[in-house]
Design a protein around this ligand. Structure first.
Ligand SMILES: Cc1cc2nc3c(=O)[nH]c(=O)nc-3n(C[C@H](O)[C@H](O)[C@H](O)COP(=O)(O)OP(=O)(O)OC[C@H]3O[C@@H](n4cnc5c(N)ncnc54)[C@H](O)[C@@H]3O)c2cc1C
Length: 307
């Protein structure tokens, strides 16, 4: 992460990155999800911002919040197809995270509990992919989940990592896969560092996944690559609209493009994060700022234009 972004005070990070967070309660997040569907025909995946935790109580509280998220989704008036899915970060349930040399103690049990509850209520889940220290652990966990019958749990592959191509063979059969470039900066001995290569890999990886029978969640804000996925990859494979969707992050201004996708009948899903405590949202928000520093300028400009 850019050292400058690392030292921006938390209150300023929160200010600049506010448009990217749906609110500070589950109710507010569900209101956003319902509004997105009612007004724009978009579906969502809901995420609790809860990283960088340091107490067992917090780890358990995160698991319990996810169990409540399942209940809130199951109680939603939306049809089954329009209901949000859940996205979970393995680091949210352990105080021994892999990036600090830990063994992720507690994560497996928490995710199994959430997934079992979600399955009983017909709610789909996805395990997000974090930094490279988590890749082996996460892929193994997905294999275990699928072997235990949780075939509705999806995963994420990051095209920046050189290993990703090899990881295809380790994927559970038919698993839903979100394809992203990856937000965690990784060293050049394990990852590509130029964005064009990462993005070209979005296309090649998605094509391979479709050909292997996976449902592809094409997740990027780069309109040009979304178009190439839809206009080149999808017809080449002959994939129907029930085989893929496009995903973007809540708050990134892509309204017109998403409306255009919807008018063509393509499923478009927004990743909607909410926070119960801003302290736990700061890591996510810093990464957004690091990735797109112009966001600070945009937010400031909008503030003055509104007045
Ligand atoms: C739904 C979803 C889920 C994700 N899940 C994961 C995950 O589990 N693991 C993981 O490592 N990564 C995840 N990511 C992040 C992803 O890996 C990328 O870091 C992120 O999407 C930025 O890359 P991009 O492909 O959009 O291309 P970029 O080149 O970064 O963005 C394309 C264009 O979009 C615009 N843009 C990008 N970001 C912003 C912004 N913040 N504000 C305003 N405009 C912006 C800019 O105009 C930019 O030129 C996810 C992304 C999405 C959309």
């Amino acid at each position: 992460m850019n050292p400058l972004i690392r030292v921006i005070p938390a209150f300023l990070v929160r200010f600049f990155a506010k448009p990217y967070v749906a609110g500070d309660s589950l109710q507010k997040a569900m209101d956003v999800v319902h509004g997105l569907h009612r007004e724009r025909g978009l579906v969502a995946t809901l995420d609790l911002l809860a990283e960088d935790i340091h107490t067992e109580e917090r780890a358990h509280a995160n698991r319990d919040t996810y169990l409540r998220m399942v209940d809130a989704i199951a109680a939603s008036p939306l049809s089954a197809a329009a209901r949000p899915t859940l996205s979970m970060k393995p680091s949210s349930y352990t105080i021994h995270p892999m990036q600090r040399g830990g063994d992720a103690r507690g994560t497996r049990e928490a995710i199994f509990a959430i997934v079992e509850h979600a399955r009983s209520k017909g709610v789909l889940t996805t395990v997000d992919m974090e930094g490279r220290q988590w890749t082996d652990y996460t892929l193994r966990l997905l294999q275990e989940l699928h072997a235990a019958g949780h075939s509705d749990v999806g995963c994420v592959l990051q095209t920046r990592l050189d290993r990703t191509e090899r990881d295809l063979d380790a994927l559970p059969k038919g698993i839903r896969v979100r394809v992203v470039i990856g937000i965690y900066r990784e060293p050049a001995d394990v990852a590509v560092t130029d964005k064009v290569t990462m993005k070209e890999r979005l296309l090649t990886l998605s094509e391979k996944l479709l050909r292997r029978g996976h449902y592809v969640e094409f997740a990027t804000h780069d309109d040009g690559y979304v178009r190439r996925f839809l206009d080149e990859v999808v017809p080449r494979v002959g994939a129907g609209k029930d085989r893929y969707e496009v995903q973007m992050l809540y708050g990134v201004p892509r309204d017109r493009f998403l409306a255009d996708l919807r008018s063509k009948g393509v499923t478009a899903r927004l990743y909607v994060p909410f926070a119960l405590g801003w302290d736990m949202a700061i890591q996510y928000l810093r990464r957004r700022l690091d990735e797109f520093p112009a966001m600070a300028l945009l937010v400031t400009k909008n503030l003055f234009l509104r007045r």
